[in-house]
Ligand binder design. Structure first.
Ligand SMILES: [Zn+2]
Length: 445
C-alpha cells in the first residue's frame, strides 16, 4: 500500500484499543495539569484554593474533582503581567511565537499564546483531520479566509502543507476575485464557514454568471458554525458546489478537537489522542458516559504547553454517539456534531429552543432561500417568536403552501408557534463569515 492509500494519519493512535486510549489520556491529563499547576500562577492559585494537587490524580474520578475553567476567568487572569497573557502563561514570553485572539463579539477577547511546539501540535491535530477527510498530496486547496488575528484556518494551512497538499492562500481578495482565482488555478478543495461557502455560491451565480458546480471543487471542510452537521444545510452546501462537505469543530482556547471522517457516518470524531472530552449534565453536573444523553462539553487540550487549557467549560452541547464508525477509528464520535451552545439554547414560552433546529427546518424546505432571521421578544409577559424567511425566485406563487409546511415542521421540530414573515429573495441581511441570525430582544438577556 502506498502512503497515500493509508486511511489514517497515525494508524497507531487512531486505532488504539479503547482501554489503552483511556489509560493514555489519564497519563497525559495528569502531566498537563501538573505542568499548568507548576508553571502558571492562575492554575496554581485555582487548584490550591480547591485543595487539588494534580500529582495526586490516579483515576478519571480524580479528574472530575479538578475545577472547571470558564472563559471569564481567563479574561480576568490576563489583566496581569506579562502583557497580554498574564497569569495563564506557562513559559517565558520569549518562547511565545504565535498570537491569536478569540472572536466573540461581546466583551474583551481572550489572548492566546502558543509556543513553536504548540504550533506544531496545532498543525498535527489538523493533519489528522485533513487526512481522515481524504485530503492527499495531489490536492490543491484554496483558503478563502482573512489570515488575521483569529485562528480560523491558520493551522489548517500549515497542516495541509505538512501532509503535502498545495495551498493557495486567498487572503485579502474579495469573493468575486476568489472565485475567479479558483477557476483560474483549478483548485479542487477549500475550507470556510458554511455561511461563507453558501454566500460564495450565490455570488458566483448572481454576480459572475458562473456555475459553482462546474468549478471542480471536490471537497470542502467547514468550521466556525454548526451548519455542516445540520443535515439540510449540508445538503444545500453539497448541492451548491457538487462537492463532499465535511464538518470540523475547534476553538482558539482549545484547539482543533474534532472532525467528520470520510465515512460520514452521522457525527464527528473527537481527536482522543490529543484531547480529553467530558460531557457534563447541565442540570446535575454529573459526567455522562453513555450515548444518547446531551450535555455540556468540558475539554482538556492534553499537549498544549504555552497557555494550557485544562477542563475548560466550553458551553458546546454534544452527546456521545452509540455506533462505532465504519472507518475503524476507535476515537469516539459525537452524534450530529456540536448541536448547540449552552449560551444560545434559550427558553421561549418555557420550551428549550436551539437555533440550529430552526435552521434545519428552513433549509429543508424547497422554495426557501438559505437566509433566515429569528427574533424573540415579549408582548407583556408573553414571549413571542418571529421567523423571517426568503422565497427563492420562481416560488412566489407557492407562499401559501410553503407557509403551511413551514408551520407544521417548526411545530414538530421545536414545539413552538411562530409569526412568519416572507421576503423577496435578497432582502434579508447577508453575512461574510459567521452569521448572527438569532436575536433575543427580551430584557432579561
Ligand atoms: Zn470515522
Amino acid at each position: 500500500m502506498s502512503i497515500n492509500e493509508q486511511p489514517y494519519w497515525n494508524a497507531f493512535t487512531e486505532t488504539l484499543p479503547f482501554e489503552q486510549l483511556r489509560a493514555y489520556q489519564l497519563r497525559k491529563f495528569k502531566k498537563i495539569a501538573t505542568w499548568a499547576y507548576q508553571n502558571s500562577k492562575f492554575y496554581k492559585e485555582f487548584y490550591d484554593k480547591a485543595g487539588i494537587n494534580p500529582k495526586d490524580i490516579r483515576t478519571f474520578e480524580d479528574i472530575r474533582r479538578v475545577p472547571k475553567v470558564e472563559k471569564g476567568m481567563l479574561r480576568d487572569a490576563q489583566r496581569k503581567d506579562p502583557f497580554p497573557y498574564g497569569d495563564l502563561l506557562c513559559v517565558p514570553l520569549e518562547e511565545v511565537t504565535e498570537y491569536r485572539q478569540t472572536s466573540g463579539t461581546t466583551g474583551q477577547p481572550v489572548y492566546q499564546a502558543d509556543t513553536w511546539q504548540d504550533w506544531e501540535w496545532w498543525s498535527e491535530c489538523w493533519a489528522h483531520i485533513l487526512w481522515a477527510q481524504g485530503y492527499r498530496p495531489t490536492d490543491r486547496i484554496f483558503l478563502p479566509f482573512g489570515y488575521n488575528v483569529f485562528v480560523a484556518f491558520w493551522a489548517a494551512h500549515y497542516a495541509a502543507e505538512k501532509i503535502g497538499c498545495e495551498i493557495v492562500p486567498g487572503g485579502v481578495l474579495d469573493t468575486q476575485a476568489r472565485l475567479l482565482k479558483i477557476k483560474e488555478i483549478k483548485a479542487n478543495a477549500m475550507m470556510a464557514t458554511p455561511t461563507y461557502i453558501l454566500g460564495m455560491a450565490e455570488t458566483a451565480k448572481t454576480k459572475l454568471n458562473m456555475d459553482p458546480t462546474q468549478l471542480g471543487i471536490q471537497r470542502i471542510t467547514c468550521a466556525g458554525e454548526p451548519g455542516a452537521s445540520i443535515p439540510s444545510t449540508k445538503k444545500r452546501l453539497e448541492a451548491a458546489w457538487n462537492a463532499k462537505v465535511f464538518d470540523h469543530a475547534g476553538a482558539t482556547e482549545i484547539g482543533a478537537w474534532s472532525f467528520e471522517c470520510a465515512a460520514q457516518s452521522g457525527g464527528m470524531h473527537v481527536n482522543e489522542a490529543f484531547f480529553l472530552v467530558e460531557i457534563e449534565d447541565v442540570d446535575t453536573g454529573e459526567i455522562i458516559e453513555e450515548p444518547g444523553h446531551r450535555g455540556k462539553m468540558v475539554i482538556t487540550a492534553l499537549d498544549r504547553i504555552g497557555q494550557p487549557c485544562v477542563r475548560f467549560d466550553s458551553k458546546d452541547i454534544i452527546e456521545w454517539s452509540e455506533d462505532p464508525c465504519p472507518c475503524g477509528r476507535t476515537w469516539r464520535m459525537i452524534k450530529g456534531g456540536v448541536v448547540g451552545r449552552a449560551d444560545d439554547i434559550t427558553k421561549v414560552k418555557g420550551v428549550l429552543l436551539s437555533p440550529s433546529a430552526i435552521e434545519e427546518v428552513v433549509r429543508g424546505i424547497e422554495g426557501l432561500g438559505d437566509e433566515y432571521e429569528v427574533i424573540v421578544d415579549k408582548l407583556g409577559d408573553v414571549d413571542r417568536i418571529k421567523l423571517k424567511v426568503e422565497l427563492l425566485p420562481g416560488h412566489e406563487d407557492q407562499q401559501k403552501s410553503i407557509e403551511a409546511i413551514l408551520k407544521d415542521q417548526l411545530r414538530l421540530k421545536t414545539n413552538l408557534g411562530y409569526r412568519l414573515e416572507f421576503y423577496d429573495f435578497g432582502r434579508l441581511p447577508r453575512y461574510d463569515v459567521k452569521a448572527r441570525r438569532f436575536k433575543d430582544m427580551r430584557e432579561s438577556h
